[in-house]
Design a protein. Structure first.
Lengths: 126, 126, 126, 126, 126, 126
């Protein structure tokens, strides 16, 4: 195990996803701890730690992609929370999801917006 | 035809996509002018004209989605140009595409990066 | 807001989707009323209001697409109801979903057919 | 080999896809003749031969699905021709593709429309 | 109805999917028995009965595809069970799902692994 | 840069993909060398280097996924070659692609088979 990538990734995961991220990692521990480790090392240790694109923009990119793909709503929920954690406004999150009706169709945008609604409700913002 | 949405959209299309956008519209004129009109009115007149998310972030969201979907490379090419037109740095565009290896897999990111390469070559930036 | 597109769309939504459509619109009111408005104006006010393809054929096209995409079952449910509302027979709906095993694989067709089953059960037709 | 399904499928393929369909079958002969045989037996011998949905509606469903999926343009081209062969009007084909901007986004609809343009040009209809 | 394809398929379905497969077939009986019949005849009677690729490899291919597509989790669950039924080790199943993070992204691999977890828990293997 | 992951990945890439893999890496050098490095380190250094699933099965899983996704034909071509390089028979490759008509539809399987045809022709095997 590469300590430094793992440690950098773990800090980044904590900064971005908070408890929700740790829950995902925890839930993988019994079935496939290596997938938990790779999730920390590669996306968080390698990619989110990179310079050249600020964390707010990275989360906007992720929310756009997950809304458009439309088949990974648990991850979309984590990253809507993450976007708000790293400083995106509620309006920026909604606009990103809304814009996906152009690129992935209205059903994808609607289903993404219902995840936004769920997150905002849980955070007492709606 | 709704003049004001069309006119607002046409200006936005010109601002964002420049000649490439007009080429798409032009190429639809004989087969389905209404699709050309809707493309101007709805994505550009309604969505890109909205407040709450700046144009740079909108293009990052679009590039992320189109890279992740992986089946609309002509549009990805238009929007990589658009991102550079509205002020994204080359580095921001590359980072957005690169990040998609996490959410849509390495083939999607690789194919997106080859479109970046094509655009940068055409613009004399590579 | 474009009154006439909105009004035409609202009537079309009522004609096609009935209560289910209104529920979707209602559930967007607090989180993103503009997405509700666009959903009425563009798909229903612009597209479904067009001539050249009758409503039954439009619903068959929509059911086919949503079954094939496979990641928008709430919308598939709305449009299976819509198809029956605008005069498609139960048999035509089933045949459309069944045919998708050819173009999107058996899992997509099976999952679509289970939504048909849910709708028919709710309508007392099974 | 099930003679009757194969024969029924071959006739149906000829009726619907004409030369284009036979070219697909022919091009599989050296690499995987069994895939050619299954393509005749199952989609054409089993599915398109069914009652309950007329051939025009079946082609509208197929065009909608292939446009929405967005990654099978050779098959979309065959079925745009097929739709015209079995009696769909050019307008019905265009409307079906256009409508997909609602369900799969504008890039999918645009790319589908460019295939329509290609087919209409080849048939001398544009 | 082609007795021999149906019978061969039914035996193969029983060998591979056991009770879970029969439940799928049973649940289609009232809404679309022909889809049940085709599911037995074509995937199981025609494809899984073929030589040239052993059943373990066929299930690895299926698990990979369903994890990557990401929108057919009920079928993924059936085929994770099927893989274990025909002799794949738990480790082989996990590795197949894990590998999909490379080709379809981490969300697809994570969601696939949670289905593995569900199956292993039900089988008392976790 | 993690030397050992990179070096292990480079060896694995050479073993599996040969010249085609190196061409991909080479073509990324000017536009995004970090994506080239990650492609070596993560898929090849981390994933393909793992135990628990032999290389032949890993390539079958990859071919299945790429055929089913249907939007990454350059990578499918590389991995059809890779499968043959690591000991899969031509028949096993064809069967894997053929089987995808069940899970992702006939267009995906047909388009995958045409890539098989291209590879076999280039290798003088057809």
């Amino acid at each position: 195990m590469n300590k430094s990538r793992y440690e950098a990734g773990y800090e980044k995961l904590t900064e971005i996803d908070g408890e929700a991220g740790h829950n995902v990692i925890e839930s993988l521990k019994d079935v496939c701890p290596d997938l938990a480790r790779y999730t920390i090392e590669f996306p968080f240790g390698d990619i989110y730690a990179r310079e050249g694109l600020d964390l707010k923009s990275r989360e906007i990119a992720t929310i756009a992609a997950l809304t458009a793909l439309g088949n990974c709503q648990p991850q979309l929920k984590v990253h809507i929370n993450a976007a708000l954690n790293v400083g995106c406004t509620v309006k920026e999150v909604k606009e990103t999801v809304l814009q996906m009706c152009v690129y992935a169709g209205f059903p994808a945008a609607l289903n993404g917006m219902f995840v936004v609604k769920e997150v905002l409700t849980e955070r007492g913002l709606l």
